[in-house]
Design a protein around this ligand. Structure first.
Ligand SMILES: C[S@@+](CC[C@H](N)C(=O)[O-])C[C@H]1O[C@@H](n2cnc3c(N)ncnc32)[C@H](O)[C@@H]1O
Length: 432
């Protein structure tokens, strides 16, 4: 079998994300799925360089611009991807010798049809390698400094500094860059947490408890999660810890009928079905056949029978569901700025305009789905963002529009505040 060049795969994935607009986790899974025979260390190298390069892209470009006559923005996409991933290795991966980073990058430029730029790539990377320790950074305390050091677009920083203290903002920024274990939710209808822990340990996985949540575990040290027997047998679901709070706040009772109006890939809907312990029914809806199939994949794996997946556009009224649900879950599409620690490419995609459009879409969906809540039932509105317009302001708007609903609680969890992602949850009940 021909040896796969891992750095070439890194460049391929970076191009899929930065040039072709694919989501990083999808591009990474796609490529790693195609080369399943790669050994564990190669897979770990590819994942680390791709994720690290995307996470630190603003800083990497800032460094490169100090040493290159052609600014990063003006470079050809392939050269840009090669240089970015090489600068990441020079700055953040001590285990890779600088000489190897530079020469591999030069070879890559040639093999990708840019032989004429070998000298350029070599020159830029060697000057960076020589001068990395003395790169002048923007003045500490300025917005530019935060933007470069934490690789965060300025508009996002301005927005957060307008709502939160500098200390809170810096804690979030530090948190996004920290490596975190994967959180999983144990399917308690099928296996106890202790049994799952033992099974995972036998599969070579490192497991930690989450004391505050009886269904959650943190795992690390595995190679390919989807290949673990415990995953294939439906013993757990990958789910963020903050996201597990949604079903907890909804607090379903035996026999409840739940509609999750935006459910794919099904994390919260499956959690609710698990809490219903074989009783009641969860209808998990999403907008496309593709998304509905993702939910079905997870339902089949979990083996649960009190949940079904259905295609339905949540902005379209569904007269048959009016006042039928004990609980409506509205975990709506959002700007996702609370999960930048796991999906760092979102910070480069999102714009202020997108946020406004998402806040408006959330209102359109809420304007329909409240009708499905029975008198005496509950509506949980949640997002994985930390933007007030999408969160507190939408909850206040909903409350003002619908006086027969009462805002029972709302919580804005900031990244770094507890173990999970940044998240927002508002719980409403409908008067009887
Ligand atoms: C935040 S995600 C939901 C995550 C899910 N609740 C979970 O826990 O796994 C939002 C979902 O809304 C779906 N969506 C977007 N617009 C929609 C619409 N108009 N109707 C129904 N679903 C929609 C997206 O396809 C996406 O799967």
């Amino acid at each position: 079998m021909t040896k796969i060049n891992t750095r070439d795969l890194v460049v391929e994935i970076l191009l899929l994300v930065t040039r072709d607009g694919q989501y990083s986790h999808i591009a990474l899974n796609q490529v790693l799925g195609k080369y399943q025979y790669l050994d564990k260390s190669d897979r770990a190298f590819i994942t680390r360089v791709v994720e690290g390069t995307l996470e630190r892209m603003i800083e990497l470009d800032y460094i490169t611009d100090q040493f290159s006559k052609v600014k990063v923005k003006k470079m050809k996409p392939v050269i840009r991807a090669i240089i970015r991933s090489a600068v990441y290795q020079l700055k953040y991966m001590d285990s890779v010798p600088d000489r190897a980073v530079c020469s591999e990058a030069v070879k890559l430029a040639a093999s990708r049809g840019f032989g004429g730029l070998r000298g350029f790539v070599n020159g830029v990377l060697r000057s960076i390698a020589r001068n990395l320790d003395t790169v002048p950074y923007p003045e500490e305390g300025t917005l530019e400094y935060l933007s470069v050091v934490y690789s965060m677009p300025r508009w996002i920083l301005e927005q957060w500094l307008g709502c939160y203290s500098r200390e809170q903002v810096e804690r979030m920024l530090r948190n996004f860059l920290q490596e975190k274990p994967t959180s999983i939710r144990c399917n308690l209808h099928q296996i106890s947490k202790e049994e799952l822990k033992e099974k995972l340990i036998r599969e070579g996985v490192k497991v930690e408890d989450v004391p505050e949540l009886s269904c959650a575990l943190l795992i690390s040290g595995y190679d390919y999660l989807a290949a673990l027997p415990s995953f294939q047998e439906g013993d757990f679901q990958v789910q963020d810890i903050s996201s597990m709070l949604v079903a907890q706040r909804a607090d379903p009772k035996e026999g409840d009928y739940v509609i999750d109006v935006c459910a794919a890939p099904g994390g919260k809907a499956l959690h609710l079905a698990d809490m219903l312990a074989g009783t009641g029914m969860v209808e998990a809806r999403d907008i496309s056949d593709y998304k509905v199939e993702l939910i079905w994949d997870n339902i089949r794996r979990s083996g649960m029978e009190n949940i079904r997946a259905v295609r339905w556009d949540a902005t379209v009224p569904d007269e048959e569901s009016v006042e039928k649900a004990d609980i409506v879950i509205a975990d709506l599409p959002c700007s996702g700025l609370g999960v930048l620690g796991r999906k760092s490419d979102l910070k480069y995609r999102m714009t202020r305009e997108d946020e406004r459009e998402l806040a408006a879409l959330q209102r359109r969906i809420l304007s329909q789905v409240w009708r499905y809540v029975k008198p005496g039932g509950r509506l949980v509105y949640s997002t994985c963002t930390i933007n007030r317009e999408e969160n507190e302001e939408n909850a206040a708007w909903f409350q003002a529009e619908h006086p027969d609903f009462r805002l029972v609680s709302q919580e804005q969890i900031l990244p770094g505040q507890q173990a999970g992602d940044g998240f927002y949850i508002a719980l409403f009940d409908r008067k009887d």
